[in-house]
Design a binder for this molecule. Structure first.
Ligand code: HEC
Length: 113
């Protein structure tokens, strides 16, 4: 191989290596799709049913809190996650719930009648 051809070959390999990780990062940065099945598991894990009942149609919590129906919620996602992290009244707060869990829970509740 002539020196110039060798240099070109090496350079193109280096350029390819430089851009490959950037491409991978872009793919990871794409928004994840909400997972309603995982949301069903989170509903159990966070024990939302303790007050909202297993069918999420609302009821009384252990201290007589009147928990409204959240099945098929009409709240926007932003209002939904705000209520979970900083409830307006007597609901238990989940201040550390991340958006991944929040979106999955929201997607699950949207599937319920
Ligand atoms: C300790 C009882 C309790 C638990 C546990 C609880 N909630 Fe609530 N929730 C309430 C009460 C009571 C309200 C009425 C507003 C308030 O008190 O803040 C409410 C209101 C809501 C609302 C607003 C409904 C609307 O349409 O305005 C949403 C959404 C909600 N809860 C979701 C959840 C989710 C999701 C979980 C589990 C992560 C959960 N809640 C756990 C008692 C509870």
């Amino acid at each position: 191989m002539k020196p110039l051809a060798f240099l070109l070959a090496i350079t193109s390999v280096m350029i390819a290596a430089w851009f490959a990780p950037a491409g991978a990062t872009r793919v990871q940065a794409m928004p994840r799709a909400a997972d309603a099945a995982n949301g069903a598991a989170l509903f159990q894990q966070y024990d939302c049913a303790k007050c909202h009942q297993a069918d999420a149609n609302g009821g009384l919590g252990p201290d007589g809190e009147e928990a409204p129906k959240i099945a098929g919620t009409r709240l926007s996602y932003d209002d939904f996650i705000a209520q979970i992290r900083m409830p307006v009244d007597r609901m238990q707060a989940f201040p550390d719930m991340g958006d991944a869990d929040g979106q999955d829970l929201y997607a699950y509740l949207k599937t319920l009648p």
